[in-house]
Structures are given as structure tokens and as C-alpha cells.
Design a binder for this molecule. Sequence first.
Ligand code: PMP
Length: 354
Amino acid sequence: MNWEENVRKVVPYVAGEQPNKQNMIKLNTNECPYPPAPGVEKLAAGMNCDALRLYPDSNTTPLVDALAEYYGVSSKQVFVGVGSDDVLAMAFLTFFNSDKPILFPDVTYSFYDVWADLYRIPYKTCALDENWHICPSDYKQPNGGIIFPNPNAPTGLLESLDVVEEILEANRDVIVIVDEAYIDFGGTSALSLLEKYDNLLVVQTFSKSRAMAGLRIGFCIGSEKLIGYLNDVKFSFNSYTMNMPSQVLGVEAVKDDAYFKETTGKIIATRERVKKELKELGFSFPDSMANFVFASHENVPAEKIFKALREADIYVRYWNKPRINNSLRITIGTDEEMDRLIAFLKQELGKIEV
Ligand code: PMP
């Protein structure tokens, strides 16, 4: 019985856990602690369920148009997917099709190597420097494409647009994907480089800054040619990816720019305050520009803190992996949630046996 020989075997990505406990503090998957825009809630409450009989718009036209208008690009430059994971998976399939390895940082979003393995794309990782920064010179070797998040995950470090452009300039013959899942928390998007580089794809998501992880909305913006190729692959895979409610509610979220700026502003303010308090408690971390902090403590191993927090129903993310096994990725929650986290650490850190 040899059927197993022909099975596509992969080691899947492991997402952060989604516990559902009363009074828990959930700081482990970089969700937004605030609700989606008020208009989204109103529209969801009055949604016409009769329309669910019908297939959704396979081109997600209203959402594509709303995003094109918001970002000042043509609708032909926008592609929408079921979370940015879907957009990234489609982009890997479409654009990374060379015998040469694609390049990405050694410490980065841990889905990249999973997609590369799934699609049999050769890859090579480039080590971040000792301060967790990307070294642009590493990306000047022969390659079949490049992807990196900016800010990077799980470090939270933002690279300047000069660094992004240096990488683009050296790689005119491959597709360069900048994963901007966390760009709305103080970073400058690479969208402004699109006019100059038709091989650049900028990927963003509604899951963090727009508080809609549950609806699964991601998108990317690139040259019309790139988006055309991406659509050809998407429509060879599954025409109806995004459901109707997500399409309609996504448009509503884009309309409320004031609310978007207010919530991201609140998260940035909380992050900056929490940085100070964590430092006082003996933590150090790269200077995050995302909605999380990647912190390690001067005395207490991260794994022990992770376990103590978990016992108290405070969930953060920990990876037992080389280079990052003494750091905790702590999502920025509401001020009240962060106060509870800090109070717990103040009280308990000294009691953890090291
Ligand atoms: N890129 C990065 C760097 C991420 O951390 C995440 C969140 N896990 C994603 C993409 C995917 O997010 P989503 O599919 O919710 O848009």
C-alpha cells in the first residue's frame, strides 16, 4: 500500500491559540483591542440575509474600488484576498516560480517557509544583524524573489524606505513583496515607491489596524501587470474566495478614516507608555513600530514568564526557536489590559524561580 508516497506532505504553520475564557487578557495574536468602526457594527446588524443565496462578487469590486480610492491608485492595481495570508499564499504561487531561491530574513513571519515548502519553492534566509535589522547587502545575491515584513515580525522593527528602496534597486528582475501587516502603527508605507518599481507588491491587512481579523480581509497593491498575473492565478484556484459580508463590511471600514486614525493612535500611545514600564521592569526590546513588543527580561527566561502569565490567563506569544527563544511577543491591548499585565509582572517577576 504505497499511496502515502504520493501525498504532498507539509509541516503546517502553527497559529497562536484562540482561548475563550472570561476575564482573560489576550495579547498573543496581535488583534486590535478595540471594536471595528461603528458603521461596520450598524451595517452587520441590519444585514440582508436573502443576499446570501447568491454567490458573492468574485471580483470584490466595491472593496477593490474603495481601497483604490483610499490609497490613490487605480482599481486595476488592487487585489483582495481572505486575509493577507491568502494574498501572500497567492503571491508566492504566482511570483516565486524560479529555480533560484527566494530570500527572506531568518527571524520573520513563520508562514513564509511554510508556503515555500508547500509550493516547492527553494528559499534561503538572510540573518538579521545583532540589532535585529535587515542587512540590505544580503539581498544583492542571485535570487528568485524577495519577501520581508516591514515592520518585521516578531521583532516589530521598521526599516526606512531608503532600505526598502535599496533592496528594490538591486532586484529589478524579480518580484519584491513588502508585507505591511503592521504598517499603520507608525511606519511609512512603500506604496509611494510603486510609481518607480513595477516589480513591487505591497501587502496589507484589515486584521490588525482595522480591527477585523474575524472577517479575514487582506489586500495588496502593485502595478497593473502584477495584479493581472495574480488575478489569473486566483481565478485558476477559486473564483469566490471572499464572502459577501466581508466584502460589504470591509467597504464600510474603509469609509471611516477618523475612527481608523483614532484607534491606531490610541494603540501607538499605549505602546509607547508600555515600553517605558517594561524597561523599568528590566525588559529590553527592539524599538517596535508595530502593535506588539518583542521583549526579553534581564534575569527571568522568557519561557518561564510565558508560563506564569498563561497560568494567570494572560496570553502572550512565545516560540521555542533559535535566536528568539528568550523573547515574548506581547500584543498591545487596551490601557486597562496593559495595566493588568504590568501589575502582574511587578508582583510576580521576582517570585519566578530562575
Ligand atoms: N503578515 C504578517 C507579518 C503577520 O504577522 C500576519 C498575522 N499572522 C499576517 C501577515 C497575516 O494576517 P491576516 O491573514 O490576518 O491578514
